[in-house]
Design a protein around this ligand. Structure first.
Ligand SMILES: Nc1ncnc2c1ncn2[C@@H]1O[C@H](COP(=O)(O)OP(=O)(O)OP(=O)(O)O)[C@@H](O)[C@H]1O
Length: 259
């Protein structure tokens, strides 16, 4: 037994699942079926990447799984909670209490210091940070000497690490990251992906990341591929060559024979 208070969920536990989810944008001739019967299970305590061609529905799926958007049909289950049965206000509370987010554009509050940004989700919920958790996150992310700085005084990589600390501070059931390395140079991107990996391995965090980048996806335990609004396969223990080969097949389905 370790002294850690964090227990790793069993491999079979599911953090969130989508069942036959349909999401259509627009109406009539202009209607786009962004999700067309998407069914997927995201395991708890693992790092899952979502990939697929542009327009395949990755962002729409992530927004649906995170309760950021409603769906037209199907079910989204976060643990035992059916998000599709909740109204907007209940979904907002659920996001605040149970979900963390990291966006490509960092989304930090420019007038607050790094520390204030990190603890903001707790402040908004009227809670105080657990000092041990805060110290550990700040040390792990290399932000100890940047806590009094405002976002404008930080590099892109540092800003995104603040955003990761903010996403993790509440011990959310699941963290959704939408192209988190999209605005970072390759060195800062590698560092950030290393921290996400560490959050899964050391904190038992569940992370779902949408990305276009096979190198980023290779940090995940599993890649889920989307094509035309449906799940088109999964890859465990992904490597860059294996991801590239799957993506090439998704991009040119008519040219590839079966298998
Ligand atoms: N608000 C919207 N109104 C109309 N159509 C939309 C809207 N959002 C997305 N779509 C359409 O739904 C489909 C799926 O979009 P989505 O953004 O989920 O794809 P994606 O895989 O994340 O794409 P990308 O990799 O280019 O970001 C696309 O055809 C897109 O044009």
């Amino acid at each position: 037994m370790t002294t850690s208070t964090l227990t790793r969920p069993t491999a079979t536990a599911v953090a969130v699942r989508a069942r036959d989810v349909v999401r259509t944008y627009g109406r009539g001739d202009a209607a786009v079926r962004a999700l067309d019967g998407a069914t997927v299970s995201i395991p708890a305590g693992r790092f899952t990447a979502i990939m697929g061609p542009s327009g395949s529905g990755k962002s729409t799926l992530m927004h649906a799984l995170a309760g950021l958007d409603s769906v037209d049909a199907g079910q989204i289950l976060l643990g035992d909670t059916d998000l599709t049965s909740l109204d907007e206000r209940a979904r907002t509370l659920l996001r605040r209490d149970r979900i963390g987010f990291v966006f490509q554009s960092f989304n930090l509050v420019p007038t607050l210091t790094a520390r204030e940004n990190i603890v903001l989700p707790l402040t908004l919920a009227g809670r105080r940070p657990d000092p041990e958790r805060l110290d550990r996150l700040v040390a792990t992310l290399g932000l100890a000497d940047r806590l009094r700085h405002r976002p404008g005084q930080l590099s892109g990589g540092q800003q995104q690490r603040v955003a990761v600390a903010r996403a993790l501070i509440t011990r959310p059931e699941i963290v959704f990251a939408d192209e988190p390395t999209g605005n970072l140079d390759s060195q800062a991107a590698e560092a950030l992906l290393g921290f996400l990996r560490q959050a899964v391995d050391e904190f038992g965090q569940t992370i779902v990341m949408v990305t276009h980048d096979p190198h980023a996806a290779a940090y995940a335990d599993r890649v889920v591929f989307l094509a035309d609004g449906r799940i088109d396969g999964e890859l465990d223990a992904p490597t860059v060559p294996a991801i590239l080969s799957r993506m090439a097949r998704l991009a040119a389905p008519a040219a590839s024979g079966a298998n």
